[in-house]
Write a protein that binds this ligand. Structure first.
Ligand SMILES: [Zn+2]
Length: 335
């Protein structure tokens, strides 16, 4: 297989999606007999790689039964429209709240263009294609799908996004967790092993719901987490506790802002998020230089700060205060 793919377990292939740099975004192909499913898709630019993978396995696009984005952020679902066009027998399985945005992706695309600018959006993500509504399964919490011998159980998992689902493969006790059980870049693993942190990406960070989601998912006793960012991860009590602590720490970083003027908020949040993540890398024994770690985490630092800012604005609105003067434009969703 080419470097973009690696078989990581029986019938599970990890695909490098090619967004920004290798090691940042993965998606997965599941196989059971002749039947196939993609979990997450990367961006529209990833789709040729996915089709090439099918070819290299001696499979046809017609064998793909399901395309299952864990949520409709574009690093996970940007390629859905193109992939569904290429796989005529596939059903799209998505959270009911995400379904309308993939059936008519205009708002999603407009939101992403607000965040990235049109040129960078098209360069990095590519245009979004609509999916016919009659090919969409709006997945209910607890719903099961059959893929050959495999039973896939779907869970609604709010916290990172309110349109997030996770997919549990009963055969291998593997959990395709999207972003619900955090992010762990292999390159930042230190002497004390790999570590997880919470991506608080706009626009629906919800720390309390997120901790309940973690309880629920860990009660399944997954043996392996298949993270979108990045790859298989063996969960330990310490790593899951680290994920919880990061959710609490990010919430605290944001709440400290409620006493401060809105002026300068974004920069302060970015600085605090960066300091926290650098501290985690160091505590974990990561041997990379500080500038190298910062470089790896640059997008996460930016998106976490943006997501916390949006969360603060939502809290202020709920509390009946005037919407924060410094609140960023709120796209429907951004990656
Ligand atoms: Zn993501």
């Amino acid at each position: 297989m080419k470097r973009e793919y690696s078989q990581i377990a029986e019938g599970i292939v990890r695909v490098e999606c090619g967004l920004y740099r290798p090691g940042l975004v993965a998606c997965y192909l599941l196989r059971s007999g002749d039947q196939l499913a993609f979990i997450d898709t990367g961006t529209a630019h990833t789709v040729p790689t996915l089709l090439h993978l099918l070819q290299s396995l001696g499979c046809r696009p017609e064998q793909v039964d399901y395309v299952i984005p864990t949520h409709v952020h574009l690093d996970h679902a940007g390629g859905v429209g193109d992939l569904m066009r290429a796989c005529p027998g596939a059903k799209l399985v998505v959270h009911p709240k995400g379904a309308p945005h993939l059936i008519d992706p205009q708002r999603l695309e407009a939101g992403a263009k607000t965040v990235y600018g049109e040129e960078a959006f098209l360069r990095d993500f590519g245009a979004l294609q609509p999916v016919p509504a009659d090919r969409v399964i709006a997945a209910e919490d607890g719903q099961t799908l059959r893929l050959g011998d495999r039973v896939l159980r779907i869970f609604h998992t709010p916290g990172h996004a309110n349109h997030h689902i996770c997919i549990f493969d009963e055969q291998t006790a593997g959990l395709f967790s999207g972003d619900s059980l955090g992010v762990s870049y292999k390159v930042l693993a230190g002497a004390r092993g790999p570590w997880l942190f919470a991506p608080t990406t706009p626009v629906a960070f919800d720390p309390e719901a997120w901790e309940r989601t973690i309880d629920r998912l860990m009660a399944l006793e997954p043996e392996t987490l298949y993270l979108t960012h990045y790859g298989p991860f063996a969960p330990s009590p310490a790593s899951i506790q680290g994920l919880r602590l990061s959710i609490r720490a990010f919430a605290e970083i944001a709440l400290a802002e409620e006493k401060l003027p809105v002026q300068g908020r974004r920069a302060r949040l970015e600085a605090a998020v960066a300091t926290y993540l650098l501290g985690l890398a160091e505590a974990q024994g990561c041997s990379l230089s500080e500038s190298h770690i910062r470089d790896w985490l640059a997008v996460d630092i930016l998106l976490n700060a943006q997501g916390l800012e949006v969360w603060l604005a939502r809290r202020a609105k709920r509390a009946g205060q005037s919407p924060s003067a410094g609140a960023p434009p709120q796209p429907v969703e951004s990656p």
